[in-house]
Structures are given as C-alpha cells and as structure tokens.
Design a binder for this molecule. Structure first.
Ligand code: OAD
Ligand code: ZN
Length: 422
C-alpha cells in the first residue's frame, strides 16, 4: 500500500478496467488458467479491512489527499457516506434501470443452506469426516478425479430439493419483473434463482449449477463430455453409487465449476458490456474471495454506486482501483455503501426505498403457495417430483405399517418358527 497521490490520480482516471484474469504473474499461468476458478490468496483479514474503512485511517499514506480532494470537489461524492441511508437517499432521486446484482451463499443461509466460509456453520468448517487434504479439495477437479466419493457423499445433502427461495431471491426477481435488472451474477449452485423465477436470459450462474451434468473422464483419460440429466445423477446418488459414463466409463460430474475449471461461456460473453452499462451494483452475501467472480466489482465504472449487503466486511483491498472503498479515502469517487446485516433485511430496505415493498410481500405470498402442501388431492396439478416424493413416503409408510404389524404378531411361536427356519 504505497501508492503516491500521483499514482492514485492516474489510477482514479482509469476508465478501461483490466481483463478478468487471476493475479498470478503471466509467466506462471497459461491462457486457460486465466479464466479458471481459483481461490484468491491475497485477501485481507477482517481487522485490516476494518482499518481501511475508517476515513481517517493513517495506514493509508494518501488518504488525506483524497479526502481533501472530495472537499474541494463535492461532486466526487456520489453518496454522502457509506451508510445504507445514503443509498436510500440516492435511490429516491435517481432512476436506476441497469442494476446488476451479484450474490453468494449468504443469500441462501436464511432458508437453511449453509455457506462455505462462515465460522462454525460454513461448509468448509464441517468436512473433517472426509479427511481431505484441504476443505477446498471437495470442489477441486484434480482431487475429484483422484477420489470422487467424498463429493458424491456430500452432494446427496447438497442436492437442490424443494426449498423455497429467500426474500433476497424474490427481491431480485422483482427487479427483473420491473425491467430494472441488467443481469444477476450468482456464485450459487443451489438453483434457487431459477426457482424464484429469475429468467434464464438475466441469469449468469457463474459457478455453474446442478441443472445438467457431463462426463469428465478419469485421471489421465479425458472424458467424452456426454451430457447427463440431473435425474441420472440423483438416481445414482440415492443408490449410493458414483455415476459413471455409459459411453466411456468416465466420471459424470454435475456442471458446477470446480477449482481449476473454466467458468461458463455466458460469464465471459456478458460481463464486460454489462458492467459498463451498470448504473447500480448490489452485492449480497459473499466473502468475495473467489476469482474471477470477485473481480467483477471493479468493472463498474468508477462513479457507479456499489452496495455490499453482508453480515461481515468483504472485498476491501486498499487498492486504488480494486475492491470496495467504504472510507472514500483511496478511490476518486465516494460511491461505496456497506450494509452490515442480513441479506433479507437489506432487501427489505432497498425494496422500500424503491417503492416496491408491498409488491415484494405480495410476490412472496403468491410464490409461497407453491411450497405449501396441497390441501385437495388433485394429482393432475402436482409436478412429477411432488408425486414421486408422495409415492416414496406412501411406500415407506406401508413398509413401516407391515413391520409394525409383524412386530406385533411376533409371538413366541412365530419366533420359534423363524429360529427353526434358520
Ligand atoms: P462464503 O461462505 O465464502 O461467503 C458467504 C458470506 O455471506 C460470508 O461473508 C458470510 O458472513 C455472509 N453471510 C452468510 N449468511 C448471511 C446472511 N443471511 N446475511 C448476510 N450475510 C450472510 O460464500 P461465497 O462467497 O458464495 O465455489 O463463496 C464463493 C465460492 O466459494 C462458492 O461459489 C464456492 C466456494 O468455493 C464453488 O463451489 C465452485
Ligand atoms: Zn464419457
């Protein structure tokens, strides 16, 4: 962090953002690695981020210069300060029509899906039983080809079932319905965006999804890429089997992006133009530690307001053109907002500021009906999955009843008969 004021000014005038590449030196990587998923190792601790959110932080040599610049040129303050109230004020005076929403696992924790890195509850803190070299190996392609079993055991619990999306998902859906959503970039693989009704064309599932699966081969033997359905994987997993390709014997992997794999083409087709057009960036429930997704926030133009809604700080780097600057002291414009709290509470505040609170509540009430158990037994209106769940339950109830009956009937004579059969 030793940028001079001159460097800062040069950086602040920077209009053309860098390509989405990893931060390793070009020599260390080949071109394929530049678009592969990888864990960023350069993130700051929470304490360091907190330090950088203080307007008068002395850690940062040029902060006073930048703050003075904003006093001399008040137009550089897009927002008054980093509080959500400042954004609410701005929303009331401006019509945002190209909103980009970026999300991570924190938008689904309120409906019971764990995130990855939260202490204690995060998935990466609960994988001891698998004895992995490191928790991230659960989603590492090389490790998967070497030992696919842990992934399939875990996936049985992760497989998207009949879970109702969170209020935040429905808020994003409402932005789409209103024509205000430019695009929704999600890192999540739980498919709750689709369940909430966000249209495919507005959705970039940056880390893939469980929607489809492909043959990825085995160690030292590339796969044939044959596509498999979600149902195929589900059946194998339920039978506690590893799914193999019927053509070439390779492993069949759901199309979620593993470390070392490329992101979906749609991500690269959309991000550059989207972020140039973006007039408001909302970032929900992510630690912003996985590249290249976390780099996206740097592609919004330098005076576009950006808001992080998360229960802890994320994405602060202290760099003049990378990450958030909630202090307004190391980037040219003051435009970053931090709402420290629950994603769903943040969504409520934002919906209210846009005059959409009632519509959001109505949408949720309407959609909730799809998740309630049907009162009338009208089989024709149920989808296949609901029907299957009901048949499974009926069968298991029947088995249970028969077991109960046989336990009750198991008189001494029966037991003796059984013994003699043996
Ligand atoms: P993380 O678990 O890294 O971060 C989730 C963030 O959300 C954390 O900062 C939490 O504190 C916060 N959080 C949790 N619940 C919240 C709530 N209800 N309200 C507000 N904040 C909340 O998850 P991601 O950032 O999504 O990749 O992780 C990124 C990628 O890392 C994932 O897509 C996954 C993983 O490796 C793959 O699986 C390919
Ligand atoms: Zn194959």
């Amino acid at each position: 962090m030793s940028f001079s004021a001159k460097d800062l000014l040069a950086d602040a005038d920077f209009e053309q953002p860098p390509q989405v590449v990893n931060t390793q030196s070009q020599n260390e990587t080949d071109s394929k690695d530049q678009i592969a998923l990888f864990d960023s190792d350069s993130d700051l601790s929470e304490g360091e981020m907190e330090q950088l959110t203080l307007s008068d932080n002395n850690e940062y040599p040029d902060s006073q210069y930048y703050l003075q610049e904003k006093i001399d040129h008040p137009e550089l303050n897009i927002v008054k300060d980093s509080s959500i109230d400042s954004l609410v004020e701005l929303i009331k005076t401006r019509d945002f029509k190209n909103i980009i929403v970026m999300t991570g696992a924190g938008v689904s924790t309120t409906v019971g899906i764990p995130d990855f890195r939260s202490p204690e509850t995060g998935l990466y803190h609960n994988l001891e039983r698998f004895n992995l070299p490191s928790p991230e190996d659960m989603f590492d392609l090389d490790y998967f080809l070497y030992n696919p079993e842990p992934f399939y055991i875990l996936v049985k619990d992760l497989y998207p079932g009949k879970i109702q999306p969170s209020k935040t998902h429905y808020f994003i859906r409402l932005l789409a319905d209103k024509g205000l959503l430019r695009r929704h970039y999600t890192q999540n693989i739980d498919t709750l965006e689709r369940v909430a009704g966000i249209p495919d064309e507005l959705l970039v599932e940056s880390h893939g999804s469980f929607h489809t699966a492909h043959c990825v081969g085995i160690r030292d033997k590339p796969g044939c890429h044959k596509e498999y359905s979600k149902q195929y994987i589900k059946e194998k997993i339920n039978a506690k089997e590893v799914p193999y390709c019927t053509e070439c014997g390779g492993l069949v992997k759901p199309d979620i992006v593993f470390f070392g794999e490329e992101l979906p083409q749609k991500f690269f087709d959309c991000y550059f133009e989207d972020f140039q057009k973006c007039d408001l960036l909302l970032v929900f429930g992510t630690s912003l530690t996985v590249q290249p997704f976390c780099n996206l926030i740097d592609f919004a133009s330098i005076d576009t307001p950006r808001c992080l809604i998360n229960n802890r700080l994320a994405g602060v780097t202290g760099h003049p053109r990378k990450g958030f600057d909630f202090s307004g002291s190391f980037q040219k414009y003051r435009r970053d907002i931090f709402y420290k709290g629950n994603c769903d509470d943040g969504s409520t505040i934002l919906a209210k500021s846009m005059g959409l609170e009632d519509e959001l509540n109505e949408l949720i009430a309407r959609e909730s009906k799809k998740f309630q158990k049907p009162v009338v037994n009208n089989d024709e209106n149920k989808d296949d999955e609901v029907k299957k769940e009901e048949t499974d339950k009926k069968e298991s109830d029947e088995v249970k009843t028969n077991e109960d009956k046989s336990n009750k009937n198991n008189t001494g004579e029966d037991k003796i008969n059984e013994e003699s059969k043996k």
